[in-house]
Design a protein around this ligand. Structure first.
Ligand code: CUA
Length: 330
């Protein structure tokens, strides 16, 4: 029994170290102007808490020491002044200062550092993110937002069902998606890279698998990516991929999903026009490879129970071709 208690500090230390690993999804690795403001506020709170904790511990030590002195006499008169200063005046000053900094940050976060050139409409679904580029009709994707480095991007947020919250910890604090309301936020970063985002409002069974990625890339790369997304290039399909396309168009897949340039125009599930290049399937539920994609099509309920896609009765001999076709959509 005693031995297991001894392991507790080691486990805590490991958890702490895990929290320090670089490049993680964390507000304390700010890479954008918005998250830098929150990170600054976090450190201000942290150091104030450290100072208050140290002060309380010092006073406690001092009281114990005084009590233990031989001939210690407890006088009643000097405690009221101390309580007034340490218990009322100092906390009041701390709260006012912190409130002031908080208001300043709220004001700074209200609008992006530059005028937004790109607008992205994001719709929250249980449990995935629909992404539309407002200036490029047809540029639709899911669970992935590309943004140009050094430019402000306006993000307009709506929900198709319950309340969700849009959060990219390294770039920007949370903004809620509220039924019947259009909310907005923005993203801005000077650092190219990939940043993980996460729904931050409990929205049901698969809330944890409502993740997305923000890919910040040089403006030229971004603009060619978004143009290619809006107008998919003509593809030369192999015989297997051609057969996969037929299976897709003739099965129930096409009534829920859109693939631009085909007859599939469903709008219930995510747009699959660029599925082959996405970072994951099921909004972070599984890696995007042939095995998981095949498993997902056959019965996604085993990977992400409760999601809206029912098991698909695709014949076993057709499945590899269907997967090969979807993987070619880059
Ligand atoms: Cu959407 Cu939690």
């Amino acid at each position: 029994m005693r031995r297991s208690y001894r392991r507790v500090p080691a486990v805590l230390l490991l958890l702490l170290l895990a929290g320090c690993s670089g490049g993680s999804q964390s507000t304390l690795h700010a890479s954008g102007f918005g998250a830098q403001r929150t990170e600054g506020l976090w450190w201000l709170f942290f150091w104030i808490s450290v100072a208050v904790f140290a002060e309380v511990m010092a006073l406690l030590g001092w009281a114990v020491w005084r009590r233990r002195r031989p001939n210690a006499r407890i006088r009643g008169g000097d405690s009221l002044g101390m309580v007034t200063v340490l218990g009322v005046a100092i906390p009041f000053v701390i709260l006012v200062v912190v409130y002031g900094f908080g208001l300043q940050d709220l004001n700074a976060l209200a609008s992006p550092p530059k005028k937004a050139d790109v607008t992205v409409d994001v719709v929250g679904h249980r449990w995935w993110w629909e992404v539309h580029y407002a200036d490029q009709p047809g540029a639709v994707t899911a669970n992935e937002i590309h943004i140009p480095v050094g430019e402000s991007v306006r993000i307009r947020l709506r929900t198709a069902d319950v309340q969700h919250s849009f959060w990219v910890p390294n770039l920007m604090p949370k903004t809620d998606l509220i039924a019947g309301k259009l909310n907005s936020t923005w993203l801005y970063t000077d650092k190219a890279g990939t940043y993980r985002g996460q729904c931050a409002e409990y929205c049901g069974q698969q809330h944890a698998f409502m993740a997305f990625r923000v890919v910040a890339e040089p403006p030229t790369v971004f603009h060619s990516w978004v143009t290619a997304l809006a107008t998919p290039p003509a593809r030369t399909l192999t015989t297997a991929q051609q057969h996969g396309l037929q299976v897709f168009e003739q099965s129930s897949c096409a009534s829920c999903h859109t693939i631009r340039g085909t007859t599939a125009a469903g709008t219930i599930g995510p747009d699959l026009s660029s599925i082959g290049s996405r970072w994951s399937i099921g909004a972070g539920a599984a890696p995007n490879d042939a095995g998981h994609l095949g498993g997902w099509i056959a019965n996604s309920q085993t990977i992400k129970p409760g999601n809206a896609m029912p098991p698909q009765p695709v014949a076993a001999q057709d499945l590899p071709d269907l997967v090969a076709y979807l993987q070619s959509l880059k």
